[in-house]
Design a protein around this ligand. Sequence first.
Ligand code: ADP
Length: 495
Amino acid sequence: MSEVALLDSVITFLAKPLGSFIDGRPALDEQAGVSEIINPANEQVIARVQDATAVQVDAAVAAASRAFKGSWAQTSPYLRGVLLNKLADAIEQHGEELAQLEALNSGKAINVARGLEVAQSVVFLRYFAGWTTKINGESITPSLPSMAGEQYTAFTRREPVGVVAGIVPWNFPLLIAVWKLGSALATGCTIVLKPSEFSPLSLLRLVELATEVGIPDGAINVVTGAGKVGQWLTEHGEVRKVSFTGSVPTGIAVGAAAMKSKLTRVTLELGGKNPAALLADVNIDDVVPGLVMTAFTHQGQICASPERIYVHRSRIDELEQKLGAALAGLKIGSPLDESVQFGPLANKAHYQKIASYFERMGDGQVVVTGGRTVGDKGYFVEPTLLRASSPDDLFLTEETFGPIVCLLAFDSDEELIELLNDTPYGLGASLWTNDLSKALRMIPRIESGTVWVNMHTFLDPAVPFGGSKSSGIGREFGSAFIEAFTELKSVMIRY
Ligand code: ADP
């Protein structure tokens, strides 16, 4: 099948001078450094984006601060919801444009860009829009005895924390930015977003749309560039909260820097080494499509994707054979080809990391399928399935963040619980079984922010999401995000 034709609007956007977007307009600076944005499918430069300077980071925080105290504070909760819904409408209207930018910039298969990244951005934004009118404190009856006829009453207010820094990784640049800006704007905060230096394009288009639909200038700002820019933001004295999604080492550095700055609030959504467990009763034919989807969508570059699969010994040969065959049948190719299921890795550094893992394979594991890079142009690799013989195997312990899944047999439920928890991480885990009674007994014993049953990496805006152990601090979505983006103020009155 041939590639989809690029829209004129995409071609025009890519040719523009791009850079930070501050106070409702592009903030370009002739003196700024420029990063080349690479299409991972063919290694060609598709756009040039200026790196933000320290002065621009200050300007972005100042604009967000003005909007926080001014225009956004004066926008009623009802109107905030209307505006977030208008932005969701705009994402729908420009859905193909945003999906093409995503496919070009991060190598996401166009159907995944349309059906997951863009479609879910709309769903999540509408969910956050619904919260704007429902953020309240509570009224409290004080407990102490009153003095000489006095009365006391008390209530709490949920007040927006202030200017938020949203630091976004390269895997889902649009959707993760929407999580952060939706949470911030719904609670009355304003935000400065920093996309990954590898994949800033779809967010830079989104922020233009935000201005077009009438979101006040300064409520959403974007500063572009590498880690240094994120560090300036994290350490900025006027930033009251950092919402970070990314790797564990960077997350720990960001958390420490934020605390050291001014006890800046922080939510960290980090990586993991997520397990899936197939109990003895599963129907392997039912499970295989779900595992392929959850572990190999966007080439496995999803923080909650399973990388280790524990399978009851009685079923592991069948799973190995059927999952291996399904992976070998995936169509690898250009993300702009609608029949392709598996595009390139998102950037060169990550490709080199996965290639180095390929070189370390075969020492202790059986390579069931995959394990090689593909072609000599673009960052393509094969979806890869390994089978290990020891729980200490490198591929059962180190996060690859790529399309590499490793199987291990288990014999008893007790052994399985130990294997699931034998990791410093705890983002997501899944149980695959028809025995729901057994699953319900195991769930409290699994150390993980989310446990899925007969599904995995299924993110719903109504269900809190985040990591336990080294996979993060705090929760996004549900009502849990409100706590993270507001301060609780207590008011006590004597009368
Ligand atoms: P990955 O390796 O998946 O890109 P990182 O955790 O390194 O993940 O990056 C996630 C985001 O954090 C990116 O936007 C990156 O530029 C940013 N970043 C990197 N280093 C820092 C830092 N020291 N402070 C703040 N942000 C950073």
